[in-house]
Design a binder for this molecule. Structure first.
Ligand SMILES: NC(=O)C1=CN([C@@H]2O[C@H](COP(=O)(O)OP(=O)(O)OC[C@H]3O[C@@H](n4cnc5c(N)ncnc54)[C@H](OP(=O)(O)O)[C@@H]3O)[C@@H](O)[C@H]2O)C=CC1
Ligand SMILES: O=C(O)[C@@H]1CCC=N1
Length: 283
């Protein structure tokens, strides 16, 4: 299988790295990449052929992977329009529909249909990605298998039976790493605020997420059960010290706050029975 990548940025590099690690020959991969620096990097890092524009060698492939930014796609496909001869085309671009890609790649009145739409994610860079795939109904089993093999080089794969699901994949696993990184940032910031140095706070934050993800993957228990195992119920709510008072009929305790300029603090058990203390708005 010869593969040509259109666009040689982050995601194409992740896929190429994964394919090479899985034993795919560098001689079977070429990249069309606009940037001279990018071409040099690809050739040096992976030993693949990297060219600036579509040429006959790049066109003579079995699979064409579209890996430019969505807003670059229409212009990038213009030199290919009407020139494909049954290559399997795999798009990893967010939000671009097969109907549009087919129109841009085909000729007037004859859209190109041997298309598979995919949505990987950035953990693909270390072979730990997950990719959603959807194939045009005209793609045969061999085409679907080829697309599945290529994306499996950088992680797991999930097929969708409706193209609309691809937008859901983009929201959930395509964009999901950003939520997780944001969560890690927040855990790290909490560690820093509570006295750890940067290295310690980062270790606590990253290893928490890593360990929790591994446990979710390996334990056989559902994420809901694993969560409940952490937020164990049972201890009756108690105030943190005798200085706290709970007004009758309420579920939270108050006391004069010891911090300067803060008159009142409030403490209450959360739904899982663990303690939380925060200054009230009147502080
Ligand atoms: N980042 C993510 O989390 C994910 C991204 N994707 C999708 O992957 C695709 C690629 O994203 P990513 O790798 O992050 O983007 P990058 O910007 O890193 O890579 C795109 C590359 O394509 C080059 N390029 C632009 N126009 C052309 C052209 N006409 N011919 C050849 N090369 C061209 C760009 O060069 P230059 O820089 O000079 O413009 C750039 O090197 C996007 O469509 C994105 O939606 C999918 C899943 C996750
Ligand atoms: O911006 C993008 O293209 C990618 C796709 C999923 C998340 N970000």
């Amino acid at each position: 299988m010869n593969i040509t990548f259109l666009g040689g940025g982050n995601m194409a590099s992740a896929l190429i790295g994964g394919l090479l690690e899985r034993g795919f020959a560098a001689a079977g991969i070429q990249v069309i990449e606009l940037g001279a620096e990018g071409r040099e990097r690809l050739a040096a890092r992976f030993g693949v052929r990297a060219v600036e524009a579509v040429d006959a060698t790049a066109l003579a492939c079995d699979v064409l992977v579209l890996a430019v930014k969505p807003q670059q796609m229409k212009a990038a496909l213009a030199p290919l329009a009407g020139r494909l001869s049954n290559q399997l085309v795999i798009s990893i671009a967010a939000g671009l529909r097969l109907a549009d890609l087919g129109r841009w790649l085909g000729t007037p009145g004859a859209p190109y249909t041997r298309l598979v739409r995919c949505m990987p994610n950035t953990p693909a860079l270390i072979g730990a990605g997950v990719t959603g795939l959807y194939a045009d109904p005209s793609v045969d089993a061999a085409g679907r298998a080829a697309a599945g093999r290529i994306l499996a080089a950088v992680g797991s794969t999930v097929w969708a039976d409706d193209e609309e699901r691809m937008d859901a994949v983009t929201a959930i696993s395509g964009s999901g790493p950003a939520y997780v990184f944001h969560f890690i940032e927040a855990l790290e910031a909490a560690g820093r605020a509570l006295g750890f140095d940067e290295a310690g706070a980062r270790r606590l934050a990253i290893d928490t997420v890593l360990g929790a993800a591994r446990l979710a993957a390996d334990s056989g228990d559902s994420p809901a059960v694993l969560r409940q195992n952490v937020t164990s119920k049972g201890a009756p709510p108690r105030p943190p010290s005798p200085a706290w008072r709970r007004p009758a009929g309420t579920t939270s305790w108050s006391r004069r706050c010891t911090r300067p300029r803060r008159a009142v603090a409030r403490w209450a058990p959360n739904s899982a029975g663990t303690k939380r203390c925060w200054p009230t708005s009147s502080c």
